[in-house]
Design a binder for this molecule. Structure first.
Ligand SMILES: [Zn+2]
Length: 402
């Protein structure tokens, strides 16, 4: 769909470039846990009882509490934190059918704007601007015609308050043409888009893990192909019981070449409240998340009932398990920004030629140096991977120059 193009495409942010480099290097990206359910932990019991945990209106009722939830996830070492806007499309529905439609009509957009600002604030306070990414989150279980118009309004908002990515999540059915159009519209903003499904191998899945088998074996794969064509950057399974995740990760990997992820729920929905499952503690959850990474997940995190403490445990486990992190030293040549590609190309060719000259090679061998001779593109990708890797090591350990 192209009718939504009233603006130039939004650029990819520095924080997302970092995420992209991690994914490209095969390093897992840590998403946050349930935002709405963590609010239940932050709020006093009395206040929490009076609120719908999933309501976007909570942004107005308790912005400081929402900010505190984001702070917890940033402190836990999450690479991506998500806005408390999961039910923003529902809020738009409520606003439209409220007693004073004219005044409430755009209030949900203001809530969305506030949601974006609070996520940014938590990142900036922690000194993680340009590193931790803020994802605008939307429950996309119902992407009907009305949703299309609302997503268009949101895309206007994103030009003022751009998220680093958009996560369309908790899809409960295989997207039809209307849903696909809506998703494509979000992709057309230029923002990176991740799509997450309540999914098992045999079909779509409920919050409690009940599976509805697919109408045809190829139906889901075909929709994944369309998502990939329209530029979706990752697909995940979310908000299903954790024991569903390993098999669904394996299944998703067999169906798409996109990076895949898993972030399940822990516990049960009890009306307007969430009942936490305390039987799966921090170390057990970390062990499970590591096993999803071993199964090929590149994005791990949690949904409803997964707390900041769980995520901090996963961060530690991932850091300890970081594959292939052995320090080496290397040399690369760089030219000043703005050097013409033709000159870079010629320099690269000549340097590679010189590196392979027999007398240079024999000298390198005595110095125990190995020649790689990468192309400019390979060097750029390598530098991005190294930057992503060492930035975290330096930050986490507070390493300074002496
Ligand atoms: Zn959830």
């Amino acid at each position: 769909m192209t009718s939504g193009h009233y603006f130039a495409e939004l650029p990819i942010s520095r924080a997302y470039e970092r995420i992209d480099a991690l994914l490209a290097a095969g390093d897992p990206v840590l998403l946050d846990g349930g935002v709405a359910t963590e609010l239940q932990q932050v709020q006093s019991e009395d206040r929490a009882r009076r609120r719908e945990p999933w309501g976007t209106w909570t942004l107005f009722q308790g912005p400081v509490e929402v900010l505190e939830v984001h702070r917890r996830y940033v402190d836990a070492g999450c690479d991506v934190i998500s806005t408390n806007t999961w039910s923003v499309l529902e809020a738009a529905d409520e606003a439209a059918s409220g007693p004073q439609p004219s005044s409430r009509n755009t209030l949900w957009l203001e809530a969305a704007r506030l949601g974006m600002r609070l996520a940014r604030q938590a990142i900036e306070e922690a000194g993680r601007a340009g590193e931790t990414a803020a994802a605008f989150c939307i429950n996309s279980s119902l992407l009907d015609k009305r949703a299309t118009g609302r997503l268009e309004l949101l895309s206007w908002l994103w030009h003022d308050e751009p998220p680093d990515l958009v996560i369309l999540e908790t899809l409960e059915s295989i997207p039809d043409d209307v849903s696909l159009n809506a998703i494509e519209m979000v992709c057309d903003t230029g923002l990176p888009v991740w799509v997450s499904f309540r999914r098992a191998r045999e079909g779509m899945c409920s919050i409690d893990g009940d599976v509805r088998p697919d109408p045809s074996p190829e139906a889901f794969r075909a929709s994944l192909e369309k998502l990939e064509q329209m530029g979706v950057r990752a697909v995940s399974v979310n908000c299903v019981p954790s024991d569903r995740v390993p098999d669904t990760i394996e299944y998703l990997r067999s169906q798409t070449s996109l990076p895949v992820g898993g972030y399940p729920n822990l516990g049960h929905s009890a009306g307007a409240r969430w009942e936490f499952d305390t039987s799966i503690g921090v170390s057990e959850y970390a062990r499970m998340a590591s096993s999803w990474v071993d199964a090929g997940a590149l994005i791990v995190g949690g949904c409803c009932g997964v707390t900041a403490k769980h995520l901090a445990g996963v961060r530690t486990a991932l850091n300890e398990a970081a594959p292939g992190t052995y320090p080496t030293s290397w040399f690369a040549m760089v030219s000043p920004g703005g050097t013409s590609p033709a000159i870079t190309e010629k320099l690269s060719r000549d340097v590679v030629h010189a590196l392979h000259a027999p007398n240079v090679q024999s000298k390198f061998q005595t110095m125990l140096l190995r020649t790689v001779a990468s192309s400019p593109e390979e060097t750029k990708a390598f530098l991005q991977r190294e930057t992503a890797l060492w930035r975290d090591v330096i930050k986490t350990n507070g390493i300074a120059l002496h």
